[in-house]
Design a protein around this ligand. Structure first.
Ligand SMILES: CC(=O)SCCNC(=O)CCNC(=O)[C@H](O)C(C)(C)COP(=O)(O)OP(=O)(O)OC[C@H]1O[C@@H](n2cnc3c(N)ncnc32)[C@H](O)[C@@H]1OP(=O)(O)O
Ligand SMILES: CC(=O)C(=O)O
Length: 535
């Protein structure tokens, strides 16, 4: 039977940092711990104090903070086979970490006892009991992680259960069953838990699942369905190899789908923000397709989907995105229909009906342009300008008379020098400028801005923050078409524009021009809003 409450045990700072390319400094660890505490996580495993000085420092540093809700846990192993518990430096380090919770892991699988620990099955049982018994009087809460429990249970169920018995004898308050290699299926997880419950009806159980079969979340929830009241996992599922059970998916599943309290609804709304915060700190790019919290988790692209979601969100959404702090997005592409165009236009504040011939014209243009290689999902500014052009509302801020870009290399080792000259007409006035740049696109961008800034000083505050070039599929080698996506920023807003051509400069030019036009268009639009009394 599922428990009445689940306790969340986060191991991002310990097992999470065992992931390739996921590293945290001491300061990072403190910041993440405080964030998790603020969210309402019950236990935060800070590291392995016997492992390295950073983890030791973490435990002394975190004592300087008054945590609101979370308890800090220190992690380590049972004592070394060659030592007695009282002489084992790892166990001493755990006590010296002075944490309210200590978690130690021990071996449940005969293969591990013989091959990894290189000891006898009897000795391992003694190691488990003695390690816990040594810690028990010195720590207030003691958890036992039964490493490889499920693999051990399959191999020799009696021995695996005997290891748990020793942990209980030693004083473990919760037996956390681990799918360490992440290879088990939910049905087997439930079968093994049933046997554990029959043997230990009064001992709380926990689950610690790895994701090697992409089942860590399913296995964790299967364990909870059986009655496990502690769930260990990491934010964004980071962890050794393919990662740990992802708390960003487990938490909403528990709260929203299984109605098992683990976070307050108000805290649940912070989930996406906390997920992002941790990735930012670790300098890891977010996975846009991550369930619940990813940018695309509630992004609708197919025309049929957009139309139905407009009518009733649950037609294509499994939960309300706001519950986890995410939001619904509608994407424009060649898979869109009129409802998508209308929805997007409404978002831009342009009222058109899906029956309006303009909606159909815009739709046809998008389908043709996407066929040519344009893509508007990351270039919404270009799309907004396209709607305005179709409606005859587009204002031309400048006219190109011509440009020339020269890229010269003077020696084998030297950097090339790029220079652009440009002639534009603004109103009735012609402007002719030149600029150098770090590469031809930068030179062209510099020359264009230099020509326009005199007329539009607001362009000075605009910077290009991202520039991506993608060679479009084809067999034409260096003659292939390219798509350029530019992201610009003016301190307040960020917008994306797109250009496509066989010529990389032309593709860049299109995206640059859209970016500048959009900036000017936004400035006027904001001015109009102010004129209408909007704040
Ligand atoms: C499933 C998990 O994620 S468990 C956590 C894994 N995390 C980590 O390993 C990160 C932190 N680890 C470390 O910093 C180091 O490995 C340390 C400090 C713990 C140990 O370092 P070392 O003493 O150099 O050992 P090493 O890293 O080679 O690990 C193997 C040793 O651990 C021992 N060991 C492994 N598991 C256990 C256990 N449950 N109980 C007791 N000893 C164990 C092995 O017997 C072996 O000892 P031996 O070489 O004397 O035979
Ligand atoms: C304890 C642990 O991290 C594991 O078994 O995966």
């Amino acid at each position: 039977m599922p428990p009445s409450q689940v306790f969340l045990y986060d191991t991002t700072l310990r097992d999470g940092t065992q992931a390739e390319d996921f590293n945290l400094s001491l300061t990072d660890k403190i910041r993440v711990a405080l964030k998790l505490d603020d969210l309402g996580i019950h236990y935060i495993e800070g590291g392995w104090p016997g492992s390295n000085p950073k983890d030791e420092e973490f435990f002394s540093e975190i004592r300087n903070y008054a945590l609101k809700r979370a308890k800090i846990a220190a992690f380590g192993s049972t004592h070394h086979p060659s030592k007695r518990a009282e002489h084992d430096p790892n166990l001493h380090a755990l006590v010296e970490a002075k944490t309210p919770v200590v978690t130690i892991f021990g071996k449940s699988w005969t293969v591990h006892v013989k091959e990894a620990l290189r000891t006898t099955l009897e000795k391992n049982l003694e190691i488990i009991r003695d390690s816990l018994a040594f810690l028990r009087p010195q720590v207030s809460t003691l958890f036992y992680d039964a490493e490889h429990f499920f693999d051990g249970f399959r191999e020799d169920s009696e021995y695996a259960l005997a290891t748990l018995e020793k942990a209980v004898e030693g004083g473990a308050e919760c037996l956390v069953l681990c799918d360490t290699n992440g290879g088990n299926l939910p049905s087997f997880i439930q079968e093994a838990i049933k046997a554990v419950q029959e043997r230990f009806p009064n001992v709380p159980l926990g689950i610690h699942a790895h994701n090697d079969s992409d089942l860590a979340v399913a296995n964790s929830l299967a364990a909870v369905e059986m009655g496990a009241s502690q769930v260990q996992g990491t934010f964004n599922g980071v962890g050794e190899r393919c990662g740990n059970a992802n708390l960003c998916s487990i938490i909403p599943a528990l709260c929203v789908k299984m109605n098992i309290p683990c976070l307050d609804p108000e805290d649940l709304r912070k989930l996406r923000q906390v997920s992002r915060f941790i990735l930012e700190i670790a300098n890891v790019p977010p996975n846009r397709y991550q369930p619940y919290v990813g940018r695309s988790a509630f992004a609708h692209k197919g025309g049929v989907h957009i139309s139905a979601v407009e009518r009733h969100p649950s037609t294509y959404e499994h939960i309300d995105p706001a519950l986890v702090g995410n939001k619904r997005r509608f994407l424009i592409s060649d898979l869109s229909g009129r409802a998508g165009v209308q929805r997007k236009a409404m978002e831009f504040g342009i009222p058109i009906s899906s029956k309006d011939p303009v909606a159909l014209e815009v739709l046809n243009q998008i389908k043709e342009l996407e066929h040519q290689g344009y893509q508007f999902e990351a270039a919404e500014a270009s799309f907004e300008l396209l709607i305005n052009r179709a409606m005859g509302r587009f204002k031309k801020y400048f006219e190109l008379i011509g440009y020339r870009v020269v890229d010269q290399k003077f020696s084998e080792d030297g950097d090339p020098v790029s220079e652009a000259t440009i002639r534009v007409r603004v109103g009735g006035q012609e402007e002719h400028t030149a600029a150098l740049g770090r590469g031809p696109v930068n030179a062209l961008d510099n020359a264009l801005r230099k020509a326009l800034e005199k007329f539009y000083p607001e362009l000075k505050g605009m910077v290009l923050t991202d520039y991506r070039v993608r060679v479009l599929p084809g067999k034409e080698g260096t003659a292939s078409k390219v798509r350029v996506l530019i992201e610009s920023h003016d301190g307040k807003e960020r917008w994306g524009t797109v250009g496509v051509s066989h010529d990389i400069l032309e593709a860049s030019w299109q995206a640059l021009v859209d970016s500048i036009n959009y900036k000017m268009y936004m400035a006027e639009k904001n001015q109009e809003k102010k004129g209408c009394g909007e704040k």
